[in-house]
Write a protein that binds this ligand. Sequence first.
Ligand code: MN
Length: 292
Amino acid sequence: MEARKVELVASPREPHFVGDGFRVHNFIPSGYRMDMQRMSPFIMLDYNSKYYFEPSEIPKGVGVHPHKGFETVTIAYKGKVEHHDSSGGGGVIGEGDVQWMTAGNGVLHKEFHESEWSKKGGIFQMVQLWVNLTAKDKKSSPKYQSIENAQMKRFYLPDNQGEIEVIAGKYQDVNGSASTFTPVHLMNAKLKKGANASFSFPAHYNTALLVIEGSITVNSSESVPTDHLALMSNNADDFTIQATEDTIVLVLSGEPINEPIAAHGPFVMNTRQELIQAFEEFNQGKFGYLAD
Ligand code: MN
């Protein structure tokens, strides 16, 4: 049976700062033939590769800003982030933890390095992923899910070869705890050197692999080094990855949302008219209140 192919391996582009706390390589949407539709429902992926932040008494990050029409998912690999939003959601996530915020019909939030971590400084590594919502779900109320690493559901590979931490969706018989609006599979494959793991997602689900640590070979043929993203083709369901050293890979796969996308800054809607309306609502204070 034919395996799902690697369509392209994207190297990390020049990093840019989001606020003063997130030094990110943008992979989606990008010039790599990945517009917001190509990886739908994943419409944005910013990757803060390992970066040392000096100790700072004033936590670095991004101040109060709005979002509407999608979900922001933050996956922490190194360092700690503190989050607060105008719907009352918030908390601190550290190494291995995930924060899943549904902006829905509009929210204000702020994202900063956690204050004690900031005072010490250190290596910071994180992913922020935006998951689109359907027109119907863009009307839903904001929601916040915190998925602590200790509670994460795991599939253990045989012979102590590693584990798959399932954030959302399913690996084999293990279901992740995050609730999603449309089918999304999101997991960290933590593999020992030489370990193999096979994945199966419906061919039409858009799928990518981000190598966080180590390196992999996909289907015994395509090499994907650290900090690179493999965009998988939609030709088949199944593929296998092999760890060429101790490895962490973020695996994302989701059913595409086949609706028009009108996006500007922190708002992702279906039409230009809805975007204009989102700005008006924000300017009228309809996303609630959040102190600086
Ligand atoms: Mn944000």
